[in-house]
Write a protein that binds this ligand. Structure first.
Ligand code: C5P
Length: 221
C-alpha cells in the first residue's frame, strides 16, 4: 500500500532477544520472538530499502531479499549493529537487549554440590547500543529509532527514555499479560524527539512497522 519511498536507502534493524551465557549450556535470556523486528525488515524491503537485519536468537524464516546477520549476546549485537550502521540511513533497535550479563563465564557446566548453597550470579552492565549510536551518528542525518516496553506511566516513562537515549523516535509498547511478546499484534505510541506523538491502534506488527517507516522517511537526511 506504500510506494518505494525507501529506495536507495540502507536501513538496519535489530530483532529478537540477546542471550547472555553462564556456562556452555545455560544463559540469561528474554521472551522476545523477533516478530516486530522481522516485520520492520520485511516492510522496509517492500518499500525499496536495502535491509540488514541483525537477528538475536530468532527462530523465524529469513525475509526475502534481506541480509540477515545472526548474533547471540549483547556484545555481539553491538559489534554487528555498529558495523552495519556505518553507512546506514536509519537504524531501528527493535531487539530486546539484556541490560546485564553474568560477570563470569564458566568454561565447564556449573554443578550442584551436595549440601551447599548455589553461588550467586554476579551481573555486570551491558553497553547501551541505542544510546551509543544515537550519540555518535555514523553519518549526518542518520535516523535512530528505539523501542521501549513499559508497564505503567507509559507516556511519561517513554518521554524520559527518549531523552535519555537521544534517539529520534521511540516506539512505546504497553506490555501486559497477553500483549506483545510472541503475539502477532501490537499496540503502541510512537514518540518523536520533536514532541510528536503518534498512536498506533492494536493491530498487526506489519501495520506498526509501516507507521514507523512513515515517520522515518520525512526525517531522513
Ligand atoms: O533501556 P531499555 O532496555 O528499556 O531500552 C530499550 C531500547 O534500547 C530498545 O530499543 C533496545 O533495543 C535498546 N537497548 C540497547 N542496548 C541495551 C539495552 C537496550 O540498544 N543494552
Amino acid at each position: 500500500a506504500t510506494g518505494p519511498d525507501l529506495e536507495g536507502r540502507h536501513v538496519v534493524v535489530s530483532a529478537g532477544g540477546t542471550r547472555e551465557p553462564l556456562d556452555p549450556v545455560r544463559f540469561l535470556g528474554n521472551r522476545s520472538s523477533g516478530k516486530q523486528g522481522y516485520a520492520l525488515a520485511r516492510t522496509a524491503a517492500a518499500r525499496g530499502a536495502r535491509v540488514t537485519l541483525i537477528a538475536a536468537n530468532t527462530a523465524l524464516p529469513d525475509p526475502a531479499g534481506v541480509d540477515v546477520v545472526p548474533v547471540g549476546t549483547a556484545v555481539q549485537l553491538r559489534e554487528a549493529v555498529l558495523k552495519a550502521a556505518a553507512d546506514a540511513d536509519a537504524v531501528v533497535m527493535a531487539a530486546a537487549v539484556a541490560d546485564f550479563r553474568p560477570a563470569a563465564y564458566a568454561a565447564g557446566k556449573i554443578k550442584k554440590k551436595d549440601g551447599q548453597d548455589p553461588d550467586p550470579i554476579v551481573l555486570v552492565r551491558n553497553p547501551d547500543i541505542l544510546a551509543e549510536i544515537s550519540a555518535e551518528r555514523a553519518r549526518p542525518g542518520q535516523v535512530v529509532v528505539g523501542f521501549a516496553a513499559e508497564t505503567d506511566d507509559v507516556l511519561a516513562n517513554g518521554r524520559a527514555k527518549l531523552a535519555r537515549k537521544g534517539c529520534d523516535l521511540l516506539v512505546v509498547n504497553e506490555v501486559g499479560e497477553r500483549r506483545t511478546f510472541g503475539s502477532e499484534e501490537n499496540e503502541a505510541v510512537v514518540l518523536g524527539a520533536d514532541g510528536s506523538e503518534t498512536p498506533v491502534p492494536y493491530g498487526p506488527k506489519e501495520a506498526l512497522a509501516d507507521t514507523v517507516w512513515d515517520l522515518v522517511v520525512p526525517r531522513l537526511g
